[in-house]
Design a protein. Structure first.
Length: 301
């Protein structure tokens, strides 16, 4: 076992399977005590996925506790964080990983499909982060790691709800990093590339999605946690407000929106002068509207 986060207490949401399970097990293997949060039941079994992960961690010599609560409500999020205090006496890190997909082209997306995804990803990330904030503030230390996605950072077909939530998480993380810097609390995002039960829901309804699925199948979710463990460790204390990506054995560092070009007109602008002057000057810096897979056309390394 490693000792990168020895003695720290970490809450991992959506930890019953996929990347979340890998996060929980990696943190435990590196010395952390882990609160495993998930609502899912095991298929054809009268048991919860979170309990199975706790058993796996304990069988491997780690320490963990399960909490079966939703991230998507204020009160239940409070109970998830309180479980860390009840079981282990403190909380040092939150991994906001819980998520769902309800993919559909924007022009067909229902209000329920929009709300469900925003509730789990964006509201859930806020609720859990906010529940931990008073404890982080009082102890003058803490770490948030939020899962974003290239679907939000770049864009993707049929994922307006998911993309909006994941880009919202980037804004949330940045503001947490700034608001809580004076308390030595840091916040970062990871965009994971991995084939999991959630990404398996991507519809194979276009050539772009079919190609994306085939590449995702080559990417192991177990490649994602080492970066999160580092960010939560004391070695990662100088890193905050940043956006990373992990794709197989590659670690990416993402840019953040900044002003690229400016145009000025002393007499002010009219719609006509914008058409003849401003847009032609700015257009060379425009971004193409391409799906996220277009930025990584090479095979996973």
């Amino acid at each position: 076992m490693g000792i990168m986060v020895e003695g720290k207490v970490v809450v991992v949401t959506g930890a019953g399977a996929g990347i979340g399970r890998d996060f929980a097990k990696a943190f435990a293997a590196n010395g952390a005590k882990v609160v495993v949060n998930d609502l899912a039941r095991l298929p054809d079994e009268n048991a919860f996925a979170a309990d199975r992960v706790v058993t796996e961690i304990k069988n491997e010599g780690g320490d963990a506790a399960a909490v079966i609560e939703s991230v998507a409500e204020w009160d239940s999020a409070q109970r998830i964080v309180q479980a860390a205090l009840d079981h282990f006496g403190r909380i040092d890190c939150v991994i906001n990983n819980a998520g769902i997909t309800r993919d559909r082209f924007f022009f067909n997306m229902s209000a329920d499909e929009w709300r469900m995804v925003l509730d789990v990803h964006l509201n859930g990330s806020f609720f859990i982060a906010r529940a931990a904030a008073p404890f982080f503030k009082n102890q003058a230390s803490g770490c948030y790691v939020h899962m974003t996605s290239t679907s939000g950072l770049i864009g993707n077909l049929g994922q307006a709800n998911y993309s909006a939530a994941k880009m919202g998480i980037v804004g949330l993380s940045k503001c947490i990093a700034m608001d809580m810097a004076k308390f030595n609390v840091r916040s970062n995002c990871i965009a994971p590339w991995a084939w999991t039960a959630m990404t398996a829901n991507i519809p194979a309804n276009s050539p772009e999605n079919i190609a994306r699925i085939e590449k995702l199948k080559k990417m192991e979710s177990s490649k994602i946690p080492p970066l999160a463990v580092f960010l939560a460790s004391d070695a990662g204390m100088k890193v905050s407000g940043q956006i990373f990506g992990v794709r197989a054995n590659e670690i990416y560092f993402f840019s953040q929106p900044r002003i690229l070009r400016t145009v000025h007109r002393a007499e002010g602008w009219t719609p006509e002068s914008i058409a003849t002057h401003a847009i032609p000057a700015l257009e060379p810096s425009f971004f193409e509207n391409v799906p996220s897979m277009a930025i990584t056309p090479w095979d996973p390394i």
